[in-house]
Design a protein around this ligand. Structure first.
Ligand code: SF4
Ligand code: SF4
Length: 439
């Protein structure tokens, strides 16, 4: 190519906007099928037993279930060469959108694999094919009862026990989320106790509604956007400076996907979004939270996707793509580097009496539990398979307790432990901190 031709290459307008699959044609088209989205880089791996990063493709060996397969499917769908069928819908929805492929791919290439997968689901919904029936039921529940499960809305605060102090007004608002409100109230209780023990006054939203994580994740962006607007306004109205979650999925939704849906930066929300892990770590460093009670167990930690590789803050970007795929203005890629890896380990290493052991796949290379983003509801077999595979890794390091930072992980792992008859206890990080605090 001559130099003048090089600079004459027509430029294409693009944006990081998942509502138009066309934005990701370059990304989907430039997948080189290297399978960096399937394997954990060998430099991180002590062996082959736990060297896969993609639950979807491990569950079903056909290439179409891997990110590299879905990139080709996305291209064909975008060009109208592939029509939606039940099988095609299964392939794109039997996937926890865990982001492992995205960070794996970005070690070598600047391709937006995770966003392409999200945009493909938005297209499925727009075309009237998606989401799956189980997701439609969740959407109905949220519409009618403001929670995923269709439980009575008035029961949302039933988790509050007498020993928990909730302020009328505070700088921190605790967004409990559907799972901890209805299914895992012990996580909400432990979170409140840790906040109380840290001396961090917190309030609750006067009328908390579902965060809409499943709606966004399955491609129902219009419905998710309405919830985002309503919920952000509700927090702004309280005057709180910080919103804390105990749910990794909710954390990702508030911090990344609300701004994405509203085309604003995370910093423009008007309040900080943090996970309990960040508050506890900071409180420990300041000497406000003391872990003094021995917890005599050998435990390991599962980096829930929403507090690890999926939580880099969001900044809107639009611009042009030109010669050799270069983009302008410069685009700072989200590579999963700002996950709460260090904070969680600071806490876990400080639990007195306990022995913390790492699993081979950790931090941004952790293997997803398989439950999130609408997967367990539509594909329980995949969720169970993923959790059992991860439990094999837990057992490989002889851990008695598996700690995670999300109620969805806890529920999924607990069910898999039961089905397997494993001798592993599953706990949330809020519970293990709470167990180590003298209350
Ligand atoms: S790592 Fe990226 S380029 Fe390689 S096969 Fe996967 S999606 Fe394609
Ligand atoms: S998001 Fe996770 S499950 Fe889905 S293709 Fe990527 S690595 Fe596989």
């Amino acid at each position: 190519m001559r130099k003048d031709e090089m600079f004459d290459t027509p430029k294409k307008k693009v944006a990081l906007d998942v509502t138009n699959l066309d934005n990701f044609v370059y990304d989907m088209d430039h997948c080189i099928k290297c399978k960096g989205c399937y394997w954990v880089e060998h430099t991180y791996m002590p062996g082959v037993e736990f060297s896969v990063r993609c639950p979807s493709n491990l569950w079903n060996d056909f290439d179409s279930y891997g990110a590299f397969g879905k990139m080709r499917i996305g291209l064909a769908v975008n060009e109208g060469k592939l029509k939606w069928t039940d099988k095609l819908l299964e392939i794109i929805y039997a996937d926890p959108l865990c982001g492992a492929c995205d960070v794996g791919c970005k070690r070598n290439l600047d391709l937006e694999i995770g966003l392409s997968l999200e945009a493909l689901r938005v297209k499925a919904v727009k075309d009237g094919a998606g989401p799956m029936p189980a997701h439609k039921k969740i959407a109905k529940n949220i519409d009618a009862k403001h929670n995923q499960f269709g439980s009575p809305h008035e029961n949302r605060k039933k988790w509050i026990t007498k020993d928990v102090k909730v302020a009328e007004k505070a700088d921190i608002v605790y967004f409990v989320g559907c799972s901890a409100s209805y299914v895992n109230p012990e996580i909400a209780g432990a979170t409140a106790k840790v906040l109380n023990a840290s001396g961090r006054k917190f309030m609750l939203l006067p009328d908390e509604w579902c965060c809409g994580n499943t709606l966004y994740s399955v491609g129902m962006v219009d419905e998710a956007r309405e919830l985002a607007k309503r919920n952000i306004e509700a927090v702004r109205a309280t005057g709180a400076k910080t919103l804390v979650t105990s749910c990794a999925e909710g954390y990702r939704m508030w911090k990344v996907d609300y701004p994405k849906l509203l085309n604003i930066s995370t910093s423009e929300l008007g309040f900080n979004v943090v996970h309990l892990i960040e508050i506890a770590d900071e409180a420990m460093k300041k000497g406000d939270l003391k872990l003094t009670k021995p917890v005599d167990v050998r435990f390991t930690y599962h980096d829930s996707c929403g507090v690890s590789r999926l939580c880099d803050p969001w900044t809107p970007w639009s611009g042009e793509r030109g010669w050799m795929g270069t983009v302008s203005p410069a685009l700072k890629r989200r590579r999963g580097t700002t996950g709460l890896y260090v904070q969680s380990r600071n806490i876990l290493n400080a639990i007195p009496g306990a022995k913390f052991v790492e699993m081979p796949r950790k931090r941004e290379n952790a293997f997803c539990c398989g439950a999130g983003r609408g997967t367990k509801e539509a594909f329980p077999d995949l969720a169970s398979f993923s959790a059992k595979h991860r439990l094999d890794e837990v057992k490989s390091v002889s851990a008695e307790v598996l700690v995670s930072a999300c109620p969805w992980c806890k529920s999924n792992f607990s069910q898999a432990v039961k089905e397997n008859g494993d001798n592993v206890q599953v706990m949330d990080i809020a519970e293990i901190i709470s167990a180590a605090v003298e209350l």
